[in-house]
Write a protein that binds this ligand. Structure first.
Ligand code: ZN
Length: 648
């Protein structure tokens, strides 16, 4: 647990523009900043960041909140994790309280493992550049393959000695604990002996986004049929191969700048492509691409280009894995390298300009590529062709954007010589299955290319009442401390300022009205508490509230505040800003709130009344009738005050 004062310090330090900009490029627009929303796919920016309100809001998907909410949402972190993230960013020391023994151990262990991997990376580079064995075996391998020193240093490559316990021994000598050596997978313990996982290999450290060494890949240099050519660190507390991409640390800046990420297969491919002047390149190091890896790329760009080498069969096998990229709404392109070449060999054969030129000219859209490849293979065999259509349809169906899907359907219809309606039908079938399977991932019905009949829902009274509840809270947040009116105190003749929150709190509490929405109720209670104690509650206190429900609710309300209250629209009064007619607006919103509450009450009584009539309970009928009439009278009075506008 992080203590309250630390949380306050973090919240005060976190600058929303600064926080968001780390992940989303923003442009200044007036008082706000604008960018492409990281939470949904969009081509025109509707993601707004307000530095004065210290909130973000996307007008496309509705996501809204403060800095902490943003980090939570974007990085998939919990509230305390997001706070810690911000604390690191702003160099605030975290004061934790009552951390359980287990939590401390886990945290310490993670850090200890990172110390070991950093140490190992240093050892391996030292071996490579400063020892006879490293230079003659390791460095020779790299130089023979044409790598420049600069690149080797950039990727911190190294060398592990032939001797099977060289590293482990040295590490123990240097005071590293055996336990951590084993847990990182660098050392293997067998009975009472300890030896190295990697020996006689060139070493490729795998970095986290922030440059920490998480694990290693090692390539053997001797011809040894018993050993694997490539060996990777095992999964550990710090290394999860499905969550990391080789080269992402070195590539992240360039990916953002170029707005594209190249994907290759191996460690040396990444390094060669770097040497060819293209730095926005990563590798999934042997595993097929995972959703986490795709999302890692998606933080920086929507565009991914996969470099393929090899034969059609090999390519075909890996095509299925690409659906995962489409599913994330990213644009996927394919570059097929010339026969017999891989990124490493081809980039060495060509000049940097030629290589870049080749990538540019041979870029094919993924769906088109896949369709052509399979089409060539089907070779007019009707059964194979039916399979092919299903296969292509599957890829199209995972694309989250309707427009993109429509474009592909059109194009594939021509390529496959199948009519568009048939393809639509197949795609929709899959979409419906899928949306049934996971409703969260797909915005179901409204996103289908052919929309099903729309159901018109009757407006519920609760939603009406919720609107006025939200309006009350919005006015409190935005204008709570503003002057509502000045009155002369009868006792001492002094002029007294009544604030908006004084007025609203008094009106609502004296009529003993309450809020249905629990978030509204909690915020109102806070205002009431402050008002009753002569204090003024500020909007920041709610925007920065520790309960994410309250902070995002408040942020949402304040984000919309440039829009005039619907009350004005109903009244058809023209005003530039709400401040201009604040008193009237507050009065009207309170009246509307009251009338909504009365209407709800009246509905309840009507139900009881009908029940009483059914039961022939005359006394009860009379009492209820009387209450019903009183409420109707009250409603009539309010409606008159509001200018005879019919209150729904
Ligand atoms: Zn959005």
């Amino acid at each position: 647990m992080i203590d309250r004062p630390t949380i306050e310090r973090i919240l005060d330090a976190a600058q929303i523009v600064d926080v968001v900009q780390e992940f989303v490029p923003l442009k200044k627009r007036g008082a706000n900043y604008l960018g492409l929303c990281p939470f949904h796919n969009e081509k025109t920016p509707s993601f707004t960041v307000s530095p004065t309100k210290e909130i973000f809001k996307c007008f496309g998907c509705g996501k809204v909140g403060n800095s902490v909410n943003f980090v939570m949402e974007h990085e998939h972190l919990t509230y305390p994790e997001a706070l810690k993230y911000l604390a690191r960013k702003y160099h605030i020391e975290i004061v934790e309280k009552e951390l359980s023994r287990e939590e401390i151990d886990k945290q310490n262990e993670r850090e200890s493992l990172l110390v070991v991997t950093a140490y190992a990376a240093r050892q391996f580079t030292e071996n490579l550049f400063q020892t006879d064995e490293g230079i003659t075996v390791g460095l020779t391998y790299f130089t023979e393959r044409g790598f420049r020193q600069q690149t080797l240093k950039k990727f911190e490559v190294g060398y592990s000695f032939e001797k099977r316990d060289a590293f482990s021994r040295k590490a123990l000598e240097d005071g590293h604990k055996q336990d951590f050596l084993v847990k990182t997978g660098l050392s293997i313990q067998s009975e009472d002996r300890i030896f190295d996982r990697f020996s006689g290999r060139v070493m490729f450290p795998i970095h986290s986004l922030s440059g920490q060494v998480l694990g290693f890949g090692g390539r053997i240099l001797k011809k040894d049929p018993k050993s694997a050519k490539y060996l990777n660190s095992p999964e550990s507390e710090i290394y999860h191969k499905s969550r990391i991409l080789y080269g992402i640390y070195q590539a992240r800046k360039s990916i953002t700048e170029q707005d594209r990420c190249y994907l290759v297969e191996g460690y040396t491919d990444v390094m060669s492509v770097h040497e060819a002047g293209i730095e926005n390149v990563v590798a999934s190091s042997g595993t097929s691409l995972t959703q986490e890896q795709v999302r890692l790329i998606k933080r920086f760009t929507q565009n991914i280009t996969i470099l393929y080498d090899g034969d059609a069969a090999g390519i075909k096998a890996s095509l299925r894995g690409i659906d995962i990229v489409l599913e994330e709404g990213m644009n996927v392109k394919i570059v097929l390298l010339p026969d017999g070449e891989d990124p490493d060999s081809y980039s060495k054969k060509t000049s940097n300009t030629e290589f870049a030129q080749y990538l540019k000219e041979n870029e094919t859209d993924f769906i088109r590529f896949k369709t052509r490849l399979l089409l060539a293979e089907a070779n007019n065999d009707p059964v194979k062709k039916a399979d092919l259509i299903r296969d292509v349809v599957k890829s199209i169906a995972v694309i989250p954007e309707t427009i993109t899907r429509t474009v592909y359907i059109k194009e594939c219809s021509t390529l496959l010589e199948v009519t568009e309606p048939i393809l639509y039908h197949e795609v929709n079938k899959l979409l419906q299955q899928k949306s049934f399977q996971d409703r969260n991932k797909y915005p179901a019905a409204e996103d289908l290319p052919v929309p099903p009949p729309v159901q018109i829902k009757p407006v519920k009274p609760e939603t009406l009442s919720l609107y006025s509840e939200r309006e009350i809270i919005r006015l409190l947040l935005k204008f709570g401390g503003s002057e509502f009116e000045r009155i002369i105190n009868k006792e001492d003749g002094m002029e007294e300022i009544i604030t908006v929150s004084d007025y609203i709190v008094k009106e609502i509490t004296s009529d003993e009205l309450s809020f249905e929405n629990h978030v509204c109720a909690r915020i109102f209670d806070d205002f009431r508490f402050h008002t009753e104690h002569g204090l003024i509650a500020g909007d920041k206190q709610f925007i920065k509230h520790e309960d994410p429900e309250i902070s995002s609710f408040s942020a949402d309300l304040l984000a919309d505040s440039h829009e005039l209250s619907r009350i004005w629209k109903e009244k058809q009064t023209y005003v530039e800003t709400e401040e201009m007619k604040l008193k009237e607006l507050v009065g009207d919103v309170v009246l509307k709130f009251k009338s909504d509450k009365i209407m709800t009450k009246r509905k309840e009584i009507m139900a009881l009344l009908q029940q009483a009539v059914k039961e022939n309970d005359t006394d009860k009928v009379l009492v209820l009738q009387k209450r019903f009439n009183n409420l109707s009278i009250a409603l009539g009075m309010i409606s008159k005050k509001l200018g005879n506008r019919i209150l729904l």
